[in-house]
Design a protein around this ligand. Structure first.
Ligand SMILES: CC(C)(COP(=O)(O)OP(=O)(O)OC[C@H]1O[C@@H](n2cnc3c(N)ncnc32)[C@H](O)[C@@H]1OP(=O)(O)O)[C@@H](O)C(=O)NCCC(=O)NCCS
Length: 156
């Protein structure tokens, strides 16, 4: 699998493929019901990444006014470290900037070195800790923030 990565808004019939990646990626995955609610929510955008016709990742962005939060992002375990996570994150940053968002937030497990590296590389800084935020296993969340500027629209 080596073709170009494309990112586009997800459609609800892609839920089984999204759920498969979610279940392979998290110890405490979102339920099908949570994804259905996300698809129906007006302020949540769900994106999928595709390569060679295969759905290889997804992400969820909640945007309210000038603030937004990355709710979820995962790439298929078989394609990791090949640019899928970066493509999804770039799309969310671009979309958020285009909507006029100036502050983009996320939470990440303390031990999640891969994701923390991805976020740092994209200009997120660590602004706080939420103690014992996660379960399975119980762990702190690191709260990260990126200030968006109009030029971030260029990532679209
Ligand atoms: C975090 C995640 C989405 C990254 O996706 P990916 O498709 O592997 O990301 P990319 O290939 O685009 O990597 C981009 C950057 O992320 C960082 N990164 C990704 N995997 C890494 C790893 N195993 N170790 C260290 N850094 C890593 C690097 O900075 C990398 O850039 P580089 O390859 O130039 O060094 C993926 O590991 C994943 O799905 N993890 C499980 C779900 C998860 O933890 N989501 C985040 C919740 S907050």
């Amino acid at each position: 699998m080596s073709g170009e990565i494309t990112v586009r808004p997800a459609s609800a019939d892609e839920l089984p493929a999204i759920l498969a990646i979610e279940n392979a990626s998290f110890t405490c995955p979102w339920s099908e019901e949570s994804f259905r609610e996300a698809f129906e929510a007006e302020n949540i955008a769900i994106y999928v990444a595709q390569r060679d016709g295969v759905l290889v990742g997804f992400s969820c962005l909640l945007a309210i006014g000038e603030e937004a939060e990355i709710l979820n992002i995962a790439s298929s375990p078989t394609v990791r470290r090949s640019g899928v996570g970066q493509a999804l994150l770039s799309r969310m940053i671009g979309e958020a900037a285009a909507k006029g968002v100036t502050e983009l937030y996320l939470e990440v497990r303390d031990s999640n070195a891969a994701a923390r590296s991805l976020y740092r590389k994209n200009g997120f800084t660590e602004i706080g800790i939420r103690r014992h935020y996660y379960i399975k296993p119980r762990e702190d969340a690191i709260l990260m923030k990126k200030t968006l500027v109009p030029a971030d629209k260029g990532l679209l």
